[in-house]
Design a protein around this ligand. Sequence first.
Ligand code: GDD
Ligand code: MN
Length: 372
Amino acid sequence: MQVTMYDLSVIIPTFNEEANIRNIVTEVDDVFLKNGLHGEILVVDDNSSDSTIAIVNELKKTNDNVRILVREKDHGLSQSVADGFSCASSEVFVVIDADFSHPPALIPKMYHEIRAGNDVVIGSRYMEGGGIKKWPLKRRIISVGATFLGRLLFPDVTDPVSGFFAIRKDVVSNAPLKPKGYKILLEVLGKGTWEKDKEIPFESVDRETGSSKLKIRTIIEYAEQVMDITLYSFFHHHSAAWREWKKLLKFGMVGISGILVNMGVLYYLKEYAGFYYLAASFFAIELSILNNFLWNDLWTFRSSGDHKLSSRWYRLVAFHIVSAGGLVINMGILWLLTSIFGVYYLISNLVGILIAFGWNFLVNRRITWTRT
Ligand code: GDD
Ligand code: MN
């Protein structure tokens, strides 16, 4: 019996790609050869009506590392990639589009990053060195919106909806994926088992012909997917999104401790040190900001790895600026709801506090305690 052990499996989902399929398979195989990789190429086709399948079958005659899986039901890109995960015969999977939006030359780098201990390696368009070429404005706006939503769940990932990524097999081998739509990576990040991820920048180029099949339904489906992953994370505490909820919870607890510091210092300075109450409040606010900063820096965000703002002093300054913004938001909403809409001022203030809290968390997470 002959056992072939591949180093990696490159999964190429296709639907009517007769114009590209020969070139992409050949180029991926070339990349294997030039880099001494023993790789499998798994085309997952949704029963294309053009000659995609025939071309792959022809390529199979000369390349015994090429396979094709033809799907007859449950048409869809994400479903196809998920089927590819179950069929691939190695421990490392790379997913790449057939239309040359993604450069095959990056495959070896992705593979080596997995071998170096990363669970997920993502080709990112939204980090320094990455980009998008030739995309119409409408597509860019939708993509930025989708990315923003995805980043709420995975703030350290700059491109959680990229179609170009690598994973270790066991990230998904027990994951209850509910593949739907186009965003299989988000599903993998949400349901898979992983700790370490790495992003590699790349410049995405759109296909020369054809138009985007994006519809309103696709956007709604995406919002449903984000909700589904959110719910999943509440009940599965090994999931990556749960790690983020824990940070939010800690951030909230630190915030409450800050209120206590603020009140305590205000009371002490006014009653025992003879300060005018507004002067006392100034010091009380500053001390509560320092209190919150220290707890967040040493506790809430300690596990985030290397921070982009590498010096604690930079983070302290950033935290101050963000907090000042939070103060303005809090007071602005208090004024707006009370003076303009006639809401009872304590209710207005509560709304203001909650929105300022959301602002403080999200902006600090993206700037003060973001990863390099
Ligand atoms: N099997 C299968 N079934 N493959 C499909 C299907 C399908 O229903 N629809 C598209 N594909 C294949 C295409 O043949 C191509 O190889 C790849 O999936 C991407 O399809 P495109 O139609 O070129 O997608 P896109 O350019 O709009 O979207 C790309 O960017 C998104 C991020 O903005 C893809 O890379 C997505 O994966 C990515 O999420
Ligand atoms: Mn494309």
